[in-house]
Design a protein around this ligand. Structure first.
Ligand SMILES: [Zn+2]
Length: 197
């Protein structure tokens, strides 16, 4: 339970990251965050939360303690919006490209997608956000070691370094519908538009 995730909002109620329940409890105990009731949006500081927190959420129980799990916390002073980098992974490249082949536009499913180096590795192309795109198996095979100009293929979109709410990976977002009301609709659909589980 302590390793479950808690959604962290900044002072303006913008989601900034997720943390563990353990860390959320520490932040609350230090007085730098309050727990948000996900149904009523009421904010409770540490003592109020442990004494009179809601009884319709999960509870943390141990020797000498028993209190509601903070599902969402709001920081009392921090108002930044950290631009947390999105990890460069195969899965995140697919997500950025909406699981579509950047050459033919088809979505054959992750098992039939590959990562293509726009500037081929054999010609010094880097493995980076700006040089890697999602490609279906057949487009990748057709392009092979050619440059786009040489083979006459075109990208449907220029690759970019993606930005989406830091730390909000689709899986935890899907598992925690209670968070959805705290996340801007656009970010929510962008993240959950992901077709992988
Ligand atoms: Zn294709």
């Amino acid at each position: 339970m302590l390793d479950r995730k808690t959604l962290v909002l900044n002072r303006s109620w913008m989601p900034v990251t997720t943390t563990t329940v353990r860390r959320a409890v520490v932040l609350m105990a230090r007085g730098v965050a309050g727990a948000v009731h996900p149904g009523t949006f009421e904010v409770a500081q540490w003592e109020t939360w442990i004494e009179r927190g809601p009884d319709d959420v999960g509870r943390l129980r141990g020797i000498g303690f028993d209190f509601p799990v903070p599902e969402v916390i709001v920081l009392t002073t921090y108002n930044g919006c950290p631009d947390l980098p999105v990890a460069f992974t195969r899965r995140n490249v697919y997500r950025r490209d909406s699981h579509e082949c950047m050459y033919c536009g088809r979505s054959p499913g992750n098992g039939r997608l590959t990562i293509d180096h726009v500037q081929p590795r054999s010609r010094g192309g880097e493995t980076s956000w700006l040089n890697c795109v999602t490609a279906c198996v057949s487009c990748n095979a057709r392009k092979a070691d050619h440059t786009l100009e040489a083979i006459g293929m075109r990208l449907r979109r220029e690759p970019v370094v993606p930005r989406w709410p830091g730390g909000l990976d689709p899986r935890s977002l899907r598992e925690r519908p209670v968070w959805h009301r705290f996340i801007p609709a656009k970010a929510l659909s962008a993240t959950l538009g992901d077709k992988t589980a």
